[in-house]
Design a protein around this ligand. Structure first.
Ligand code: SAH
Length: 469
């Protein structure tokens, strides 16, 4: 992040604003809404600002800006039309170590002002780091329609019980779950429907019940979630929802930063990374860890690349959960074959090329290549090989040795759907060389069959070019 997002308490503190026009008025208004005391430095004020200046807590200085006027201020905003005045303010504030913002001059700002959706005490702030105020405004408009004004009331209501619930439920996990049920359950529904009394009664009941249940931890749950091939836009709604309500996440090397960033910020992260041939945590230990965490009452997210049931060993993990009586959910994801095919412009089936598509792993149980060649080498069929990069030459040669035409089109899609996606295209004869030349490093999928010949024409439409670095 380029800036640290914070909310600052300026109630009863002084803030200085230069300028007498509309921009200054907007800033003064915001400062007053946050209960700040405002000093306006401007030779004259236009009508809007003059009205604000008449309010309590606002002081207007007509004389030029001085260090004395700034002394004791918590922050300063330069909104004058006169650039020299703003620059002077910037110099004084910087020398005095006072945070300063100069309107439309990001290079002179030690802090920037976000676009704000005000449902006080709930406030949403949006920033593009000064790159695109128009985009921030667009998002603000979307959030305005998305957030009912009653959410502010819900926040205030929750605030009234915060202390009491904190005392009654000392365990932080329990407490978080309690509050998630409140803001996402019948209490909130009543409040949002304007039935404040009913909401209050139900809340009293719920708090009392939680207090008597005390520190007892209910059994947790495991979410086995397919996170797709990498582009976070390919997550399902359900995946995202569960990612945002988990207490702990177990992930491996197939899960990129972009997806991981969407997991709840304060969820514990456990890397169970499996490098090929270097399983940092063997499968049975991962399953045992899932069981242990769920027994601690946690909502455990097991994040899997692609789809958990396609070469994901998801079946093995839930077998252990089922045996141990741990509740679980499985959320399908877009498997890398679908993701890579779409983003590389290679339809897996096509009426003129292939009526069948086979997914196969190039990595046998003991690490050797163990393929049913006759089943793979069929007319009008596409073959997608997962985990085949390290045996690419062996695989393409195997196809040819078992009767496939050497000129059969074939491709390797590297880091499919991610920002570094690359596609190497060739034939069974040339693909291994093409991939070596392109320094394909994986994760990568091999696609074999005449559908690959469509790549040249179709990749144009898929955004693959825009993705490539
Ligand atoms: N469950 C996953 C597959 C796990 S096996 C799924 O449904 O996609 C791991 C293999 O998946 C890798 O060796 C690679 O062949 C493939 N793979 C996963 N993500 C990929 C990506 N973004 N681009 C290309 N191949 C990928």
């Amino acid at each position: 992040m380029d800036y640290l997002p914070i909310f600052m308490n300026i109630a009863g503190r002084r803030a200085l604003v230069t300028g007498g026009g509309l921009q200054a008025a907007r800033k003064v208004e915001l400062l007053l809404r946050s209960q700040g005391e405002v000093v306006i430095v401007a030779s004259s004020l236009d009508d809007d600002l003059a009205l604000l200046a008449a309010q309590e807590g606002v002081q207007h200085l007509e004389e030029p800006l001085t260090a004395e006027a700034l002394a004791g201020c918590s922050l300063a905003i330069g909104a004058s039309d006169d650039l020299a005045v703003n620059e002077h303010l910037h110099g004084l504030a910087t020398a005095a170590g006072i945070p300063v913002n100069i309107v439309d001059r990001p290079e002179l700002c030690s802090f920037i002002m976000p676009a704000v959706i005000d449902r006080s005490p709930l406030v949403v702030a949006i920033s593009t780091g000064g790159n695109s105020p128009a985009l921030a405004r667009l998002l603000k408009a979307r959030f305005e329609t998305l957030l009912p004004s009653a959410y502010g009331r819900l926040a205030r209501f929750a605030g009234r019980y915060r202390q009491r619930v904190k005392q009654g439920l000392s365990d932080t996990t329990l407490r978080r779950r309690f509050w998630e049920n409140i803001v996402n359950g019948p209490v909130a529904e009543r409040l949002l429907a304007g039935q404040d009394d009913a909401a209050g009664l139900l809340m009293e009941e719920t708090v009392a019940r939680a207090e008597t249940a005390g520190g007892k931890l209910p059994l947790g749950e495991v979410y086995l979630v397919g996170a797709g091939p990498g582009d976070p836009d390919l997550l399902t709604f359900r995946a995202l929802r569960l990612m945002q309500q988990s207490d702990v996440v177990l992930y491996d090397r197939l899960i990129g930063e972009a997806v991981l960033n969407l997991v709840r910020r304060d969820a514990e992260r456990i890397y169970v990374g499996k490098m090929p041939k270097d399983h940092t945590l063997p499968q049975p230990e991962i399953a045992a860890l899932l069981v242990k965490l769920a027994r601690q009452g946690k909502r455990v997210l097991r994040l899997k690349g692609g789809d958990p049931f396609i070469f994901g060993r998801g079946g093995e993990e839930i077998e252990t959960l089922a045996t141990e009586g741990i509740p679980f959910q499985v959320v399908p994801g877009i498997t890398s074959a679908s993701g890579c095919a779409a983003y590389a412009g290679i339809p897996l089936t096509h009426r003129d090329h292939a009526q069948a598509c086979v997914f196969v792993t190039g990595h046998g149980k003991d690490g050797s290549l163990d393929l049913n060649w006759d089943a793979l080498i069929q007319p009008r069929q596409t073959v997608v090989v997962y985990m085949g990069l390290s045996s690419l030459a062996e695989i393409t040669q195997g196809f040819v040795d078992h009767g496939a035409a050497p000129a059969t089109p074939a491709a390797v899609v590297d880091s499919g759907t991610r920002s570094g996606q690359r596609v190497a295209v060739g034939t069974l004869e040339s693909l291994a060389d093409e991939a070596a030349r392109a320094k394909i490093s994986g994760p990568a999928l091999i696609i074999i069959g005449s559908v690959v010949s469509l790549h040249d024409r179709l990749s144009w439409f898929t955004g693959a070019e825009a993705l490539a670095e």
